[in-house]
Design a binder for this molecule. Structure first.
Ligand code: HEM
Length: 528
């Protein structure tokens, strides 16, 4: 049925699973390798051999129970065609992320253009400086509150908890100007939910909030009450803040002596810029719902992704002491012993390369789906000879899955894919023979191109729908890792009798939901 209905080319080998690999049953059923059930990310467990018999680095995944088939590909030139400007492929319906208001992640077509046009200017040089300075300040706050100021080495630290807190704080402070404190009571003296708790719960229960029918909230279930309280507090808070900001901004704008700088200062954060755009553009801009929808989506898009990548990077540095030492030396060479500053970002490309390599090995966005609006043709270079290109017809609405995990572990693109090698991303690194990542892309990693370049790196996607927060994430990561690594050496905390290989197998096994996530990553920090 699939082949007759969808006309997918028989050049692709087929893998059959009991239920569609991208489906709710697949997410909730226990993993059963003997039944070919591997959860939402089939590629993670099978990345070594999944594409072995796929001459076009592409396969069809079908289910024997029900549902449509998907085309899974790790073919880099195909990623480029699908994600290019003017491509006929569009995002599938992402209603699950729309419930707080339409936003730049879920919008399509003209709606997306309007959202991107209004939100993109929020990610500017002023914001990036703010990201750096806020990250530095949160780092110092963390050291103080975790009691690390005078210790030679820390106890076991679940580093994922720290990176989650950090990433959420940076979004909350830089995005919305919320005052966050490292340690804060869950409720204030009047019983109101703290900002920290509110924003943590909003970020943690996105799927539950979007899926659980409103009626069920009346049943008094403690977890649902908690989710409801967090979301209602968030929405009320945001609506109040829109009004407060509007009044503030109107006041500055109507002051005759106000300069552009005064207005920019009054705008302050990402949220202020959205409100300011509304004042400037009126109806052409966003409604309250859309401003809230976008703020919410920044929390979603920028929190788990950055936090997990930072945890993965630190985990990989801890088990690759030689790389950690080289990175430390490169920090000292770049800035000596002084406090790092935003101006140092360009000189810290080795630190950025560690973050890229962490993201390559543990891609937070582990796959992306796209569908063509009309029948189309994709050109697939062959794996054995990329100069030979095979055109394949793809019918309207066929789901194509851009398989980031398999692409990042493709030995043709990344030789020794299981090795943590940040040097792949540093200036002048030659691409592997037969790789589709050409020299220009490898060179683009150079820090001098860092302001807006994507460094030939696909973990933030490419093309017009490239991640809006990629530089936000990179600056946060470089600032945090630089502060941390120059003061501390990081090592894994092993169980009794455990070796590094066993630790990696135990700790670095991610779970897959909307993003790829690591569980507890036990590390120890030793003062340098
Ligand atoms: C390591 C961190 C991050 C990773 C790996 C990442 C990855 C991605 C990817 C792959 C996409 C494309 C999704 C698609 O088109 O289906 C995307 C889009 C997006 N990301 Fe990120 N992201 C990260 C951090 C951030 C941060 C910090 C923010 C905001 C503060 C952010 C905001 C966005 C937005 C708004 C979009 C939608 C852009 C559009 O469709 O026009 N991301 N991200």
């Amino acid at each position: 049925l699939f082949f007759s209905d969808h006309g997918v080319d028989k050049k692709f080998p087929t893998i059959t699973t009991p239920v569609p690999s991208l489906s709710i049953p697949s997410a909730i059923l226990p993993k059963r390798p003997s039944w070919n059930l591997f959860g939402l990310c089939y590629s993670w467990a099978n990345k070594l051999h999944m594409y072995d018999n796929a001459p076009l680095k592409t396969i069809v995944m079908r289910s024997w129970a029900y549902g449509n088939s998907f085309i899974f590909t790790r073919n880099v030139p195909v990623f480029r065609q699908v994600l290019a400007v003017g491509s006929p492929f569009h995002k599938p319906d992402l209603k699950d992320l729309n419930f707080m208001g339409l936003n730049v992640v879920t919008a399509e077509g003209d709606f997306w253009k309007r959202h991107r046009r209004i939100t993109a200017p929020s990610f500017n040089q002023k914001t990036y400086r703010n990201v750096w300075e806020t990250t530095a300040s949160v780092y110092h706050d963390m050291i103080k509150n975790e009691g690390w100021q005078s210790v030679k080495q820390t106890n076991t630290v679940k580093v994922n908890l720290i990176t989650h807190k950090l990433a959420l704080f940076i979004i909350a402070i830089v995005g919305f100007g919320l005052p966050m404190r490292w340690i804060e009571e869950e409720r204030d003296s009047r019983g109101r939910l703290s900002l920290q708790k509110m924003i943590f719960d909003v970020s943690s229960f996105i799927l539950a909030r979007s899926r659980v029918p409103k009626l069920l909230y009346a049943l008094g279930n403690p977890l649902l009450n908690r989710i409801n309280e967090a979301y209602e507090t968030f929405e009320t808070f945001m609506r109040e803040q829109i009004k407060v900001r509007e009044v503030e901004l109107e006041k500055v704008r109507s002051t005759p002596s106000a300069t552009e700088d005064d207005i920019a200062d009054a705008i302050g954060d990402v949220f202020g810029r959205l409100v300011s755009a509304r004042i400037g553009e009126g109806k052409l801009s966003m409604s309250d719902e859309e401003i809230i929808g976008n703020c919410f989506i920044f929390v979603f898009a920028g929190h788990e992704t950055t936090a997990n990548t930072l945890a993965a990077t630190l985990a990989m540095l801890s088990v690759n002491q030689d790389v950690q030492e080289t990175t430390y030396q490169s920090i000292i060479n770049a800035i000596g012993n002084r406090e790092p500053s935003f101006e140092d970002y360009d000189a810290l490309q080795d630190v950025l390369a560690c973050f890229y390599e962490g993201l390559r090995m543990f891609p937070a966005a582990y796959l992306m789906t796209r569908q063509p609006k009309a029948d189309t043709v994709l050109n697939f270079p062959r794996a054995d000879d990329p100069t030979v290109v095979e055109p394949v017809h793809v019918k309207k609405d066929t789901v194509i899955v851009l398989d980031f995990v398999a692409m990042f572990y493709d030995p043709q693109e990344f030789p020794e894919p299981y090795e943590f090698k940040p040097s792949r991303w540093t200036r002048g690194a030659a691409p592997a023979a037969g790789s589709s990542l050409n020299q220009t892309q490898a060179d683009e990693v150079s820090a001098s191109a860092s302001a807006n370049a994507l460094d030939g790196f696909m973990g933030f996607s490419i093309g017009p729908r490239t991640c809006l927060g990629h530089k936000f994430a990179k600056i946060e990561a470089v600032a945090f890792l630089t502060h941390l690594l120059r003061e501390w050496r990081v090592e894994p905390v092993l169980n009794d009798g455990e070796n590094i290989t066993e630790w990696k197998a135990r700790v670095l096994e991610p779970s897959f939901g909307i993003t790829m996530a690591l569980g507890d990553v036990p590390l120890r920090f030793i003062r340098r």
